[in-house]
Design a protein around this ligand. Structure first.
Ligand SMILES: NC(=O)c1ccc[n+]([C@@H]2O[C@H](COP(=O)([O-])OP(=O)(O)OC[C@H]3O[C@@H](n4cnc5c(N)ncnc54)[C@H](O)[C@@H]3O)[C@@H](O)[C@H]2O)c1
Length: 281
């Protein structure tokens, strides 16, 4: 029954709080304003309602899970937490400030985890004191967290074996399947995924097939629930390009972002958010 803290009640953090609450933990969720926290709880209510309708949760579970999530705008309230997951903006400076503050507030045994997608865990671990670093780890969840079963568990150079075991156990308790991954750019999933997206865009560049037909091919030929172009439209081509630029910097040619993707982003055709993308507009 570890007491869990989650900092950042956005797309990822709110649902990370939810899966821990569903797993029976006492959860404290923080963000920078009461409004953001109220919006997050409202979204979680919707997620649970849909989940009940689809038979993912029993009728009694939503109320019990929501009752286990308390919210705060003050990180001082994290003093009694046994494990804290950070899911704030993907900016090192913002994460650094959160970890420095948590390091002064939380007890020495408290584990710190980051949900970063692109910042090396070893870089983030520098923002806590030397005594905390063995209890610092990456836990990379996938969106939507309430549905996606995987968590990449990413130790850095100084992570203690007990911290890896605890992170694995906590992820399993939250209904997830953890895999251990080395602290490399893109971890494991984003490397496989972006190699796939790059090839899909190249097929369109070369006029081999249309985005629509490639989506159909991946769904009917590979059994994927969504095609690569529908996916890029959903989470934006700009975010796709940002991740590929980081992978290109780390691994070179094999992750060079395709020219057509850059052109789409520069034209502002980034996806559903703006009504123009690969399959929309
Ligand atoms: N979106 C995804 O599919 C995805 C997948 C895996 C990992 N991630 C990572 O998860 C993290 C969060 O991403 P997201 O998509 O949930 O972002 P988001 O913008 O939806 O949410 C971030 C939240 O953090 C809050 N925040 C910012 N600074 C804060 C502070 N100092 N204290 C407390 N709260 C603060 C913001 O107000 C916001 O509500 C990022 O590191 C991102 O790279 C995202």
């Amino acid at each position: 029954m570890e007491r869990i803290g989650v900092v950042g009640a956005g797309l990822m953090g709110a649902e990370i709080a939810l899966v821990y609450a569903l797993g029976g933990h006492d959860v404290l969720l923080a963000d920078t304003s009461e409004k953001l926290l109220a919006d997050a709880l409202k979204r979680l209510g919707g997620v649970l309602e849909k989940g009940v309708a689809r038979g993912f949760y029993k009728d009694s579970e939503p109320a019990a899970a929501l009752a286990r999530i308390r919210t705060t705008t003050d990180l001082a309230a994290f003093a009694d937490r046994d494990m804290v997951t950070e899911a704030v903006f993907e900016k090192e400076a913002v994460k650094a400030e959160v970890f420095k503050r948590l390091d002064t507030v939380c007890g020495p045994a408290c584990l710190f985890a980051s949900n970063t997608s692109t910042i090396p865990i070893s870089t983030l671990a520098r923002h806590v004191g030397a005594e905390r670093r063995p209890r610092f780890i990456g836990t990379h969840y996938f969106s939507p967290v309430s549905r996606m079963k995987l968590v990449e568990i990413i130790p850095h150079f100084e992570t203690a074996p007990e911290t890896i075991q605890a992170a694995m156990r906590l992820a399993k308790g939250a209904g997830k399947t953890p895999i251990r991954v080395k602290d490399v750019a893109g971890f494991a999933v984003n490397r496989v995924f972006h190699a796939f997206l790059i090839e899909a865009v190249k097929l369109v560049e070369e006029g081999v097939a249309t985005p629509e037909d490639i989506d159909t091919a991946c769904k009917l030929g590979l059994g994927h629930p969504m095609g690569p172009f529908e996916l890029m439209d959903a989470f934006t081509s700009s975010l796709t390009l940002e991740v590929q630029e980081i992978l290109f910097e780390s691994y070179g040619e094999r992750f060079r972002p395709p020219a057509l993707l850059k052109q789409k982003v520069r034209a502002g055709h980034i996806g559903r958010k703006v009504g123009k993308g690969w399959r929309v507009g």
